[in-house]
Design a protein around this ligand. Sequence first.
Ligand SMILES: Nc1ncnc2c1ncn2[C@@H]1O[C@H](COP(=O)(O)OP(=O)(O)OP(=O)(O)O)[C@@H](O)[C@H]1O
Length: 522
Amino acid sequence: MQMKAYLKDDGLLLEEPLPPVESDGHRLFLNFGCANVTVSTGEAGSAVSESPVIKFKDILWAQPCKTGIHNELEISYVRKLGDRLVACTSVLTVYSLDSEPQKREGTEDTLCNNNSATKVSDESTIFLSEKVLERSYPESEPGRSIMVIINPHSGQGKANKIYETKVEPILKAAQCKITVARTAYSGNASDIAENMNIDEYDMILCASGDGIPHEVINGIYRREDRARAFDKLIITQTPSGSGNAMSLSCLGTLEPSHATLELLKAATVRNDLMAVCTQDADVKLSFLSQTYGLIAQADIGTEFMRWVGQERFLLGVCYQVLSKSKYPCRIAVKYIARTKTELSQYYKKHLNDLSDFSPLSEEDFKLKYADKFIGLEDAADLSLLPDWEPLDEGVCSNMGIFYSGKMPYISKDTNFFPAALPNDGSIDVVVTDVRSGISKTVDGLLSLDKGLHVWKDDVAHIKVEAFRVIPLPGPNDRNFISVDGENFKLRPFQVEILKGIMKTVMSGGCYTETGFVEQTKD
Ligand SMILES: Nc1ncnc2c1ncn2[C@@H]1O[C@H](COP(=O)(O)OP(=O)(O)OP(=O)(O)O)[C@@H](O)[C@H]1O
């Protein structure tokens, strides 16, 4: 006999709690007579069910059971096993939760009741599974068609294993149509995105670090039908690299199986992108950040230490701070909010802005300021941009960090842009001055997890529509510019916002909570 389950508002109430799930590291055991269990690999562990409810938020798929027995459904769902989620499938006899069946007569809930347990017709079984699916995907679509792009070299080379053990079992249990491509060279993800048949897919899932989403948006940007392609495809990430800002900022997790569940269930949001151009007309899109100075040195300048793992960045930051390195430059901006008070007011005003889903056109890719920079004899010449303003020369000559970004979390515990908003048409910029001294710099860096650094007096925090950075010769032998965590040739560059170009998914329809609204002053 199958386990009975009752349809409730938040999920399926089982007659008794689910039995424990156990894993020996290779196989998954679920000691449950009526359960089919997906085989998984990964770490060993066990999970005991506290609740007898399979919540809709954990349900991946529901379909009439192959046995053809009425109101028997095959339900796939995730369960917690240690820190991660595993996919399970159970056959359940589903009834509505109806302690008073007479009240429900003539309504859809007469499908079933827990007293009389009446079997329903074939049609009702289909209806029942559709109802479960509908409730399980209130903000998204079940069974999406996904192009998965894995960078086997991401992080410490574990992206393949992470995908196969933590991501794919959940996608398969959710009946997604999956095509897997593994990158064979740097730039391969761009080529895939440029040439893929967009009609076959709903989503591009980057099983990688942030380098692959960066390549994907640039591959799509090169397409002749880029407006239609950006309109059609959702771009998302399961974390597998050393930098996974997209999953942290949009899906709120660095754990690949949790990210997979989130990306299946989360709401679609339009996110701004940034166009980064140089004077020789080279335009690259960026979804995350551009940085010059301390952070770029700590990131790109420590590439030779990749074997160290994520700690290499921290080591790089410590070295830069202790050596009091400065990175002279000139910066000009087109302000949106120039003071912290203005920025707070702006943030509150735009916090609940909704995505505009009207179709994109070539107009949306038109750059407003690029032609006033490309080919300019003197990169510092602002005469063609009367609304732009140079940043303080003293600060720029003693600059420690220049960091501009779109998404709030750039890495674990680093809430660098707590005031970032997905589609408001602004770029957040943070600039520090090395004259404030090591202790203040360290104090600022220690406040990064809560995003409190932006409130420090000696940290400039502004919102802009566009900006220009001109690196100047300084005391260091080798300086770097990083765009989305990738090395960008050292030269003057200009960035402007492209509003709402990229479709992605975000838990709750917004960026991961940063705490900025609580900190804003009136
Ligand atoms: N097969 C490949 N061989 C070499 N490089 C590759 C290959 N596939 C992708 N790449 C490059 O690897 C880089 C890093 O990718 P990704 O962001 O996925 O990993 P990561 O570990 O987070 O990297 P990073 O340390 O740069 O943040 C990208 O710039 C991409 O172009």
